[in-house]
Write a protein that binds this ligand. Sequence first.
Ligand code: PEP
Ligand code: MN
Length: 262
Amino acid sequence: METLKMKDWGLGLGEQVVIAGPCSVETEQQIDSLCESFKGKSEINMFRGGVWKPRTRPGNFEGLGEEALPLLQKAKESLGIPICIEVANTAHVEAALKHDIDVLWIGARTTVNPFSVQEIADSLKGVDIPVMVKNPINPDMALWMGAIERLHAVGIRKLAAIHRGFADPYDKIYRNKPNWNLAMQLKLELPNIEIINDPSHIGGKASMIKDISQRALNFGMDGLMIETHPNPKEAWSDAKQQITPNELLSMLKEISFREKID
Ligand code: PEP
Ligand code: MN
């Protein structure tokens, strides 16, 4: 399967990327504060923000919705780096395209559903936008590959995968248990595909982010997506696993990327 590597997406990305930003876009103040911290920091290559949040049970913050998109556009102007968001249906895709979002990702709860993935893929026919596909909640290689193949079939060539771990109710350590073998096997099945690691949703705790990140880089993963919040304790979603921009920037200095290992 022919796919383009991140450095060929036309977004100024390198061989390995660091994606940072909040689990959920909450307020203008929150985004401004993150931009302030990341401005001029070349280690941060892409900004993420959750717009529509897939909460397991109702009654929690479900995201600002379309209201978040102008805030992310402002972040793009201020930081000069691409913005990525999760889309789970065609209305999300339409809104993202209207607001010049640079990169889309499909979340774990959507990758499990071929109907949803197909609808999203169909809405992207003829659109030149990179899409990253998170692994499904369950460790099913065929579902993960299938989602990537559905996007490829409508002409999307700027494709990457994201390993965010797999649900394992018997595991008491991880929020979503990593399966490094399965993730790296994807690279064998789809030889050009790059995989970003999401230590935030794997660990579920701020204290685990650094070790999981290093592990992923040692396995040869192509980047990291790390949830970052100016005040994690007060975050409206995933408060336990978010780290501050300063924590992220110092962690990035301490871990070894591929270039540094070679
Ligand atoms: C997220 O990235 O905020 C998210 C909801 O992730 P996942 O789809 O991996 O659960
Ligand atoms: Mn999250």
